[in-house]
Design a protein around this ligand. Structure first.
Ligand code: PMV
Length: 331
C-alpha cells in the first residue's frame, strides 16, 4: 500500500451562471461556466486536527466533516488543513461547492496517492455535502461545474447540442428531484473575450431569493411567462455560445437580465455595476440568485470593464470563460 503523501493539495474553481438562474428551479435549463478563481485546500498529517491554524470544530464546517466522515469514512491520523479562496463568498460564485470539491480531491490524494481524480465522483460527493449542509435542498449546478470545468448545462432533460455527462438526483423536503448534467464544448473564438465579475459587496441568500420568486409566481401567475422567456433566452444563448458568436451571447445576457429584473431579483447595486460595465461589454447581467451578490459582463476589454466596476463601487474579478475543473496541485 502506498504511504500517505506528506502534503496533498487540491484546487477547484468557482462558477458563474451565464443563463437560466431561477428558471432552472422550474425545470428550465441553466448554463454555468467554471471561472479561474477558486478554492485551494491542502491536508497534511499532524498531531492534532486543525483548520487554518486553529482547532478544527466539525460542527462549524459541515461540508468538510461530511466529506471526511461520511464520504471517506476517514479514521487516519489527525490532519492539518489549510484553505485558501480567491472567490467572494456568499456571492453566487459557488465557493462552498469549490471547497467541497477541493477537499475531496486533496483527501483522495492523501489517502490514495497517485490515484487519478474522477470528476464525476467528486461532483456527486460535493453535491451530497451541499445537500447535507443546506437541509436537503441543493442543485448540482455549482458542484458539477466546479468538478468538470468548462461550460455545463443543468436541466430536467438533456438539452439539444450538449453532451450528456451524468445524471444527479436528490431526495429533497419537496420530493425526489432529478437533473441531467451536460457539457458544451466552447469554440476557440470565445477565447477572445473574458468575463468580468463584479461583486456588489452585498451577500445574498439563495434560499430567500428563490422563496421570493415562488411567492411572486403565486401572487401573479402570469409571471410564469418570464420563466418561459428565460428558458428561450437560455437556449438562444447556448446556440450563440456554441457558434462562438460573442455579440449574440451578449444580447442574450442583456435579455436574460431584463427578465430577471421583472422577477424582482435585481438590486440597485447590481443595476449600478451593470450600467457601468455595459458601454465596454457585449452584454451584462446579474449572476446567481441576485438581490446583491455578483454581476457579470462579457467583454474584449476586461481591464476597462474592471476599472468601470471599481469606480462604480464594486470589486472586480477577471476570468476567461470555462476554466478547467477540479485538479491536484503539486506540493
Ligand atoms: O446564487 P447561486 O449561485 O446560489 O445561484 C442560485 C441559482 C438559482 O437558480 C437562483 C437557484 C438554484 O437552486 O438553481
Amino acid at each position: 500500500m502506498a504511504l500517505p503523501r506528506v502534503m496533498a493539495s487540491g484546487f477547484a474553481p468557482g462558477k458563474c451562471i451565464l443563463f437560466g438562474e431561477h428558471a432552472v428551479v422550474y425545470g428550465h435549463p441553466a448554463v454555468a461556466v467554471a471561472i479561474e478563481s477558486g478554492v485551494r485546500v491542502s491536508v497534511e498529517q499532524s498531531n492534532e486536527w486543525t483548520l487554518e491554524g486553529v482547532a478544527f470544530e466539525p460542527s462549524r464546517h459541515p461540508h468538510i466533516s461530511h466529506i471526511l466522515d461520511t464520504v471517506f469514512e476517514y479514521d487516519g491520523s489527525p490532519l492539518k488543513m489549510e484553505v485558501e479562496s480567491s472567490l467572494f463568498s456568499a456571492a453566487g460564485l459557488g465557493s462552498s461547492a469549490a471547497l467541497s470539491n477541493a477537499i475531496g480531491a486533496a483527501l483522495q490524494d492523501h489517502i490514495n496517492p497517485g490515484q487519478k481524480l474522477d470528476p464525476v465522483a467528486l461532483a456527486r460527493m460535493g453535491h451530497s455535502a451541499e445537500a447535507m449542509a443546506q437541509k436537503g435542498r441543493a442543485s448540482p449546478t455549482d458542484t458539477a461545474t466546479s468538478a468538470l470545468g468548462g461550460c455545463i448545462v443543468v436541466s430536467g432533460n438533456q438539452v439539444e447540442g450538449t453532451r450528456h455527462v451524468f445524471d444527479a438526483k436528490l431526495e429533497t423536503p419537496e420530493g425526489l428531484r432529478k437533473w441531467s448534467i451536460n457539457a458544451v464544448d466552447l469554440p476557440d473564438s470565445l477565447d477572445d473575450a473574458c468575463l468580468v465579475i463584479g461583486f456588489t459587496g452585498e451577500m445574498s441568500s439563495t434560499g430567500k431569493m428563490v422563496a421570493g420568486v415562488a411567492k411572486l409566481l403565486e401572487e401573479q401567475p402570469e409571471m410564469e411567462g418570464e420563466m418561459d422567456a428565460i428558458g428561450r433566452i437560455t437556449r438562444a444563448g447556448l446556440t450563440a455560445m456554441s457558434a462562438g458568436n460573442l455579440e449574440a451571447v451578449g444580447m442574450a445576457m442583456d435579455a436574460c437580465h431584463e427578465r430577471l429584473r421583472m422577477l424582482g431579483v435585481s438590486s440597485p447595486s447590481l443595476e449600478t455595476l451593470i450600467e457601468a460595465a455595459r458601454p465596454h461589454s457585449f452584454g451584462a447581467k446579474l449572476t446567481g440568485s441576485g438581490g446583491g451578490g455578483c454581476m457579470i459582463a462579457l467583454t474584449r476589454d476586461p481591464r476597462r470593464v474592471a476599472e468601470a466596476i471599481e469606480v462604480a463601487g464594486g470589486s472586480p474579478l477577471i476570468s476567461r470563460l470555462g476554466a478547467p475543473g477540479v485538479r491536484l496541485l503539486e506540493d
